[in-house]
Design a protein around this ligand. Structure first.
Ligand SMILES: Nc1ncnc2c1ncn2[C@@H]1O[C@H](COP(=O)(O)OP(=O)(O)O)[C@@H](O)[C@H]1O
Ligand SMILES: [Mg+2]
Length: 364
């Protein structure tokens, strides 16, 4: 799994079984590998500048070689024989995602190359099928959330704070109410961009800069006016909307403020749009189950809890799922579903015209 944060390559070695109709998932090993700096620079360039197709093609193949190295290291650290792996699921690096207007999505990382290097079947390109069926192609995690986080009696919410933030509203397990989910807005991506610009560090460790900053009310209001927040479901977003250009614009417009105040304010924006969507999309959720790197931002986590005092925010670890490994585990789970012929998109979430088996299978 490589998310919008571009912070690293998350790898999860999972043991998955079906018992009766229930799928069980056990995490055997998790590692996050740093992106090799050359390919990270190339991806950042491609995301921010009009670029020749040769760069895209190079990234598409080169990432597979990097992924192969990660899988080898993961197996070696787990002392696990790589040849006994049944399949690899790769999300790939999203380079473009515009399901609504242009009806397209593009993840780099070539399944064929990876399958041939490691002689292991690979499932890749999970989003295209849903977009082809008129869906948003995202989020795809809700089927995983439904399986592993639903309660028999209460409404639960699964929250992932990565580069973008997304929520899944999970009605009680046997309820007729459909699962809904969406991206709520930028998670860490603006916080990270400001930390890099002003302090040359990749993120706000534990939210310390935000903790030392003051809220700029005028900036918060301006940011809250972005039309994405009021867009009806289904919706998803990415760096095309909340990327470097957006971060540069907000820094330029409020350049007379201390960096910590800017970081405090974009952190507040993240807490606001998450809790605002939770309130609008569910009545009194009992528990919010949090995963993703944003969970380590203590200031952000405290703000979430303060904004919704009646709801319990807890880590996905309380439900037996490692919060950093969750999305990587999800793509192992999705690849298992693909190879079992099971659909993985939820039309009530993405707006697709029907359920579909997702992904392309590359054989060794
Ligand atoms: N110790 C930490 N303190 C604050 N934020 C952190 C910490 N560790 C990770 N993060 C945040 O988590 C992000 C990575 O989250 P991740 O879930 O991997 O996102 P993505 O799926 O977009 O790659 C980092 O870019 C950073 O913003
Ligand atoms: Mg990441």
């Amino acid at each position: 799994m490589t998310g919008t944060s571009l912070d690293g390559i998350d790898t999860a070695l999972c043991r998955i079984h079906t018992i009766d109709t229930t799928i069980t998932l056990e995490l055997c090993e998790y590692m996050c590998y740093e992106y090799p700096s050359e390919i990270k620079k190339e991806i950042q360039f491609l995301l921010n500048e009009p670029s020749p197709i040769s760069i895209y093609s190079h990234i598409h193949h080169e990432l597979s070689r990097v992924y192969a190295q990660c899988v080898r290291q993961l197996c070696s650290s787990a002392k696990f024989d790589i040849q006994t792996i049944s399949a690899i699921g790769i999300h790939g690096q999203t380079l473009w995602h515009d399901p609504q207007q242009q009806r397209c999505t593009l993840q780099a990382g070539n399944g064929e190359v990876l399958a041939k290097i490691l002689s292991i079947p690979v499932v890749s390109d999970f989003r295209s099928a849903d977009v082809a069926l008129g869906g948003t192609g995202a989020p795809l995690v809700p089927i995983f959330d439904k399986e592993f986080f639903s309660s028999d009696t209460n409404t639960h919410i699964a929250l992932n704070i990565g580069g973008m933030a997304n929520i899944t509203v999970l009605p009680p397990r046997h309820s007729a109410t459909p699962v809904i989910a969406c991206d709520t807005g930028p998670g860490n991506v603006l916080i990270d961009a400001l930390c890099m610009k002003y302090y040359n560090v990749p993120f706000d460790t534990e939210g310390k800069y935000a903790h030392n900053g003051l809220l700029i009310q005028e900036l918060l209001q301006e940011l809250q006016n972005h039309p994405f927040y009021k867009t009806p479901l289904p919706k998803s977003t990415g760096r095309e909307v909340f990327g470097q250009q957006y971060a540069d614009f907000l820094c330029d417009s409020f350049s007379n403020h201390h960096p910590n105040n800017l970081i405090r304010t974009v952190t507040e924006l993240t807490a606001w749009h998450i809790t605002d969507h939770i309130q609008r999309l569910s009545d009194n959720p009992h528990t919010v189950i949090v995963a993703g790197g944003g969970k380590h931002n203590i200031f952000l986590m405290n703000r979430l809890q303060e904004l919704l005092p009646q709801t319990l925010f807890c880590s996905s670890e309380s439900f037996g799922i490692n919060a950093d490994a969750k999305e990587a585990m999800c793509f192992a789970y999705l690849s298992y579903r693909t190879l079992s012929g099971l659909p993985s998109n939820i039309p009530s979430v993405t707006g697709a015209s029907r359920e579909a088996v997702l992904g392309s299978i590359s054989l060794p």
